[in-house]
Every structure is written in structure tokens, then in C-alpha cells.
Design a protein around this ligand. Structure first.
Ligand code: SF4
Ligand code: SF4
Length: 462
């Protein structure tokens, strides 16, 4: 893989000494149309997900502050960490598998960074400042009133959109209801929320107005992973140099054989990371497919077959692909299926109620006047079912009676409850100093959780 330097921008006009600003030509073509469909559908989903509710809970919410997560309306708490670990492992294996087979298509077609940049911010830029050459001219030209007006308009719209995105982002963290409260309540009641929105707005604005492709090229670790994940059989955006070279203007009376590439450089001008795909696969390529569209249009015009730039297995172009070998893909797929099976098992067998049972701090047993012995416990409960639940505590040992200090009949929706209770045994029934006890939590007739503890009592006290 080529290690073309990060700022090898070919569309660049100098904005500073260190960075070549990339002026990408407005893309168009069949793949771009499809990319718009995919991108706008994903944006719609991204904007709607925190506001859609299932059983009164958000479709998606990752409330790290209250340590409460909602996925498809199912609530998860830190106690479900093991399910999250499996979920994350599955996502990682999916990413690896997808990259091994299809290269970096995720980056160009579905990554939020690319979708926001290419389908929202850059389109606004085209609308206000024109296509790449006009933008370049505007930046290089004198600081006229018209230039200032265009820049002011563009950056104001960028800030407004960043503000909107930061609200959506926050709704994923604190939930849509809490966000609406911040917006509708008097400002001084939510200074923290307001500061968060302002910080997120500035970060998004900075990323989409200035940092841009540097995120994909130098910051995002996924891009770096490509080098180790791709192999000869990975399908990726590539220039077919066997067909294209030697490149040059098409001449009717050419004496030497000529390739199909007319060296128009349109594939370079449309590239949002500023690279020349004809130099081979590069770390900077996000597989956005804009160069495929651009080159297809040229091939159409000169009457040559399309896909001089297209999706090809890397080894096919390089001539190193000898025999198809899917071992790596099959191995990743097996791991993925195994992880998904475990994940489904954990998910469907997840308890609706979580309980943490502890003996009251510093206590052992209490001798009572009525010739009984008791142990005091504290039980912390979390109702994860998303609805109100009837509650009953039952002990499996018939010799032990339960005496609730603060009786409750129900666990409220989304509720936490702390319960104190005694386990009591008659003196004559004590057989050993320490015995294991199981307590079951019932919701109606259904046992939803079993908890284990020990009961301590001195034997021989009649
Ligand atoms: S767009 Fe196609 S023909 Fe034009 S320079 Fe690129 S590869 Fe060659
Ligand atoms: S080389 Fe082509 S596919 Fe890769 S980032 Fe540039 S335009 Fe997109």
C-alpha cells in the first residue's frame, strides 16, 4: 500500500503553509445518486432515533451520565455490561469482516463524518461559493464585500447546522425528553446543558468547517487499520492500470498503442481527500466512489467501456491474485456467528429485575425475645422491564420467615428501590452456624430473579 503523505492534495490551493486546502469538484453520477439515497436515509434515522419511543423508552439512548442505555426500547444498566462487551465485540468483528471483503466502503458511504461533510456541509459550500474552481478563485482573490458576505453566510449556516447536530448528539446522551426540557425551561435552570450544547456545536463546526478530511486521514483509527485488514482478495476502489496506461490524450493517428486514460484528472479533482487513485491504493482513499463516477462519464464521452476506475479485488489489478482463498473471511464469519449466538442467548435470558443482596453492614445475627434469631439484609433492586412490576420476595427455606422493614408491592417503571428485611428462624430449627439461602423475586406468578446469601445463627439455643 502506498504511504502517500497526508497532504498530497492535488486539488489544493494554499490556505496555509502546512496544509493544502482541498477543493473537491462537485460529484455527480449514478453512484453518487445511490450514495445520496443511502446517506440521507441514514441521516433521517440518526435524527429520528432518539425521538422514537418503544414502550415509552427511546429507540436509542446512551445515557452515560445516569448509566442507563436504551436499545430498541429495551433498558440496559451497568449490570448488563457483559451484554455490551459482547455487542462491542460483534461490532468489531463485523467491521473487520466488512473491511476484509469490501475495503473501506463504510467510510465513504455510511460514516456520519463523511455523510455530514459530503452531503450537507460541502453541498452548502457549492451552493454559496460555487464549484471547486470558483471556491479556489474566491479564496485566492481580494477581500471584497461579496467575498465577506459569502463567507459570513456560509459560516453562519455551518454554525446553525452544527448547533442542530449538537442537540441531536446530546439527545442520544441524555434522552430526547431531557433535551426538550433544556430547550423549553428557562435557560438559568440548565446552565450545564447549555454549556454542553455550545461546546458540541463548536466541536462540530470546527470539524466540518476546517478539520474535514484530516479526520479520515489522520485521526480516525479505522483508516489506519486498513493496512492490516486488506488482502489481495479485498474488493476496493482501484484504477485498472492495465487498461489505462500509457495515459494521454486520445489521438486518432497515434503510432504507439495508447491506454484508455485520457489524463483529464477529473478523478483527482472530485476526490474529497485530494489523492490520485491512479497511483494505486492509498491510505487516504475513503472509497467514496466519486472518482468512479467521474471516470465513467469520461469513458462514456470517448466511447470506451466504463469502470476504468471501479471496484476490483486488489490482487486482480496488481496481478498477484493467483487462487481464490476465503479462509480469513470464513474464519471471521464463524467467530461472528458464534458471538451473535452468545449475544442472543444473553439478551433473551436477561433478567427483568436486577438485585444486589447484602447483609446489613457490621451485623451478624440478632437474638430475639420470642426465641427466634434474625439476620438483617439490604436489597437494591432495579426494574429493567420498562413497565411497572408487581413484586414479591420468597425464601426457598421453609424454616425461614421474611419480615420486610419497608414493604413494597410494586417496582415502579424504570425504578430503583432499596429494601431492608429480616430473615427469621426459630431457635430450635437452627442446625448449623452458617447456611446457604436462596431468595426468589416474583413478579406475579413469574420468578424473575434468584439471589443467594447466607444465614448465620448459633445452633443449640432452645
Ligand atoms: S477520470 Fe479516468 S480518464 Fe480521466 S484521468 Fe482519471 S482515470 Fe484517466
Ligand atoms: S480515490 Fe476515489 S474513492 Fe478514494 S477517496 Fe478519492 S474519490 Fe473517493
Amino acid at each position: 500500500m502506498s504511504t502517500a503523505v497526508v497532504n498530497s492534495a492535488n486539488n489544493g490551493g494554499s490556505k496555509s503553509k502546512k496544509r493544502q486546502w482541498i477543493y473537491a469538484k462537485k460529484p455527480q453520477g449514478e453512484l453518487y445518486k445511490k450514495r445520496q439515497w443511502v446517506g440521507y436515509s441514514l441521516l433521517l434515522f440518526l435524527f429520528a432515533a432518539p425521538f422514537i419511543k418503544i414502550n415509552g423508552e427511546p429507540f436509542l439512548m446512551f445515557n452515560i451520565i445516569d448509566r442507563k442505555f436504551s436499545i430498541l426500547g429495551n433498558l440496559f444498566y451497568p449490570q448488563d455490561l457483559y451484554i455490551f462487551v459482547f455487542g462491542m465485540l460483534i461490532v468489531m468483528v463485523c467491521v473487520v469482516l466488512f473491511t476484509v471483503v469490501f475495503g473501506r466502503v463504510w467510510c465513504g458511504w455510511t460514516c456520519p463524518q463523511t455523510i455530514f461533510l459530503e452531503l450537507i456541509f460541502r453541498r452548502i459550500e457549492y451552493w454559496i461559493e460555487g464549484d471547486w474552481q470558483q471556491q479556489k478563485k474566491l479564496d485566492a482573490g481580494p477581500n471584497t464585500d461579496q467575498k465577506q458576505l459569502k463567507k459570513f453566510l456560509k459560516h453562519t449556516i455551518f454554525l446553525i447546522i452544527s448547533f442542530f447536530i449538537s442537540n441531536i448528539f446530546l439527545s442520544y446522551i441524555i434522552g430526547a425528553d431531557a433535551l426538550i426540557k433544556i430547550i423549553t425551561d428557562p435557560l438559568d435552570q440548565h446552565i450545564g446543558g447549555l454549556i454542553s450544547i455550545i461546546i458540541f456545536t463548536l466541536v462540530f463546526y470546527g470539524v466540518f468547517a476546517y478539520v474535514r478530511e484530516i479526520v479520515c486521514i489522520a485521526i480516525c483509527p479505522y483508516g489506519r487499520l486498513q493496512g492490516v485488514l486488506l488482502d489481495d482478495q479485498s474488493v476496493t476502489v482501484a484504477y485498472d492500470h492495465r487498461r489505462g496506461e500509457p495515459r494521454g490524450k486520445q489521438q486518432k493517428d497515434a503510432k504507439t498503442s495508447q491506454g484508455d486514460c485520457v489524463d483529464c484528472k477529473l478523478c483527482v479533482h472530485v476526490c474529497p481527500t485530494g489523492i490520485d487513485i491512479r497511483k494505486g491504493l492509498q491510505l487516504e482513499c475513503v472509497s467514496c466512489t466519486a472518482c468512479i463516477d467521474a471516470c465513467d462519464a469520461v469513458m462514456d464521452k470517448i466511447g470506451k467501456p466504463k469502470k476504468l476506475i471501479g471496484f476490483y479485488p486488489m490482487g486482480e489489478i496488481e496481478g498477484t491474485l493467483k487462487k481464490k482463498n476465503n479462509t480469513r473471511t470464513i474464519a471471521y464469519s464463524i467467530v461472528l456467528v458464534a458471538l451473535m449466538s452468545v449475544f442472543c442467548f444473553l439478551l433473551f435470558n436477561r433478567s427483568q429485575v436486577d438485585g444486589r443482596l447484602l447483609r446489613a453492614k457490621g451485623s451478624t445475627y440478632q437474638l430475639r425475645d420470642d426465641k427466634t434469631i434474625s439476620n438483617l439484609y439490604s436489597l437494591e433492586l432495579i426494574n429493567k422491564s420498562g413497565k411497572e412490576m408487581p413484586f414479591k420476595l420468597v425464601c426457598d427455606d421453609p424454616r425461614l420467615k421474611i419480615q420486610l422493614v419497608n414493604p413494597i408491592q410494586k417496582l415502579s417503571k424504570d425504578g430503583h428501590a432499596t429494601l431492608s428485611f429480616f430473615l427469621i428462624i426459630a431457635n430450635k430449627d437452627v442446625e448449623t452456624y452458617k447456611s446457604n439461602v436462596k431468595l426468589a423475586i416474583y413478579s406475579g406468578d413469574k420468578k424473575v430473579e434468584t439471589l443467594k446469601t447466607t444465614f448465620i445463627a448459633p445452633p443449640g439455643m432452645n
